[in-house]
Design a protein around this ligand. Structure first.
Ligand SMILES: Nc1ncnc2c1ncn2[C@@H]1O[C@H](COP(=O)(O)OP(=O)(O)OP(=O)(O)O)[C@@H](O)[C@H]1O
Length: 339
């Protein structure tokens, strides 16, 4: 099959033929499974597994949206979460939609397997103003510098057949394939099908994390995979293309599985650091004076306030104790000094 970047790609159906006995791939796979196992165990050992979900998802959302040139910071997105959607900055709106889409997908998983309905639902939540379901027109990935086509996804008429095949592969994978390999193969295939006019990258990254939850490799959708893709974007694009052009699966699989491993470790370290901070913060709240905006605990980390916590005289603020150093750490506008 001859690859031409300007013509709709004749995408082969799954599963692909991949040599799985590569020792380097097997070693990377073992490392990734170990890190993910530790992350899952660590999340399960947390007193409230939802406690850290909010910041972890916002962080993933900021990185994923950064790939699409939507730039904001974790701090800004968290602050903007306090405002109604209509009043949010555009970049923060996009990021918070990413968070909402991943949470929505997670809520659906017990009753809805990874399927066309789930994909469309996620994309609708990412792009509520643009979403019209699967594309009915051609799409093209172009080089942003030269304007030349890099890859032309399959014809729109092929999408239902290709997605049916993709769905069967994801939900009934061949027994000999490790779930992480399935997840990486599924990600390539989804991006190559490119079923939407826009938002294919973001939807695909959410699907990867949900797939790891569905395969029971993650307890919560906390893997920060967009951070890795963002850091290695050029390599990621090059390897996606190499699969289409030359069926070069091995480098792509190694790249993705290394990403799962690195990000599992990073997420675990971050969760640990945040848990430490929460512990110290709670301790400080018990002993010092400051008034914290009442919405802060919910949006930032879902901290449960100690029972003895007293509401301040002014409605909407909690009068409790907070050291000056914490003010640098908190988003601006989320705290007030006590009188
Ligand atoms: N050669 C390629 N073959 C298949 N998929 C590709 C190729 N190059 C890039 N992609 C995928 O296309 C995505 C971009 O598609 P699209 O613009 O629809 O998504 P997005 O969510 O709007 O953007 P982004 O992924 O940049 O945030 C990339 O993230 C990548 O996953």
């Amino acid at each position: 099959m001859h690859f031409n970047p300007a013509y709709p790609f004749e995408l082969p159906l799954l599963p692909p033929t991949v040599a799985l006995d590569n020792p380097f791939l097997l070693r990377t796979l073992v490392k990734a499974r170990t890190e993910l196992g530790e992350l899952k165990g660590y999340s399960a050992a947390m007193p409230d597994p939802m406690l850290l979900l909010s910041p972890a998802i916002v962080r993933e959302a900021v990185a994923s949206s950064g790939i699409e040139n939507i730039h904001t910071t974790v701090e800004s997105a968290l602050q903007q979460e306090l405002f109604p959607e209509a009043e949010r900055r555009d970049a923060d709106k996009e990021v918070l939609r990413y968070g909402a889409a991943i949470r929505w997908g997670m809520d659906q998983l017990p009753s809805l397997p990874i399927s066309s309905r789930l994909i469309v639902g996620i994309q609708q939540r990412l792009l509520p103003d643009l979403s019209t379901g699967f594309r009915s027109t051609p799409n093209r990935i172009v080089n942003s510098l030269t304007g030349l086509p890099v890859f032309t996804p399959p014809r729109a008429g092929e999408i239902p057949r290709l997605l049916n095949n993709w769905e069967s592969f994801i939900n009934e994978p061949p027994e000999e394939l490790d779930p992480l390999i399935c997840c990486a193969i599924g990600h390539y295939q989804f991006e190559a099908i490119h079923p939407f006019g826009d938002g294919n990258g973001r939807t695909g990254r959410i699907l990867m994390v949900l797939q790891l939850v569905q395969a029971d490799l993650l307890a919560q959708p906390t893997l920060f995979i967009s951070g890795y893709i963002n850091r290695n974007r050029a390599e990621y694009y090059r390897l996606l293309l190499a699969v289409s052009e030359h069926a070069e699966w091995l480098p792509f699989l190694l790249f993705m599985i290394t990403g799962f491993q690195q990000q599992a470790r990073e997420t675990k370290d971050t969760l640990f650091a945040v848990m430490q901070q929460v512990k110290e913060f709670k301790q400080q709240l018990r002993t010092r004076q400051v008034r914290v905006h009442w919405k802060w605990p919910n949006s930032y980390s879902r901290i449960r306030w100690p029972r003895r916590c007293k509401w301040g005289a002014k409605r909407g603020f909690i009068t409790k104790q907070l050291p000056a150093t914490w003010r640098n750490w908190l988003p601006r506008g989320c705290w007030k000094t006590s009188r």
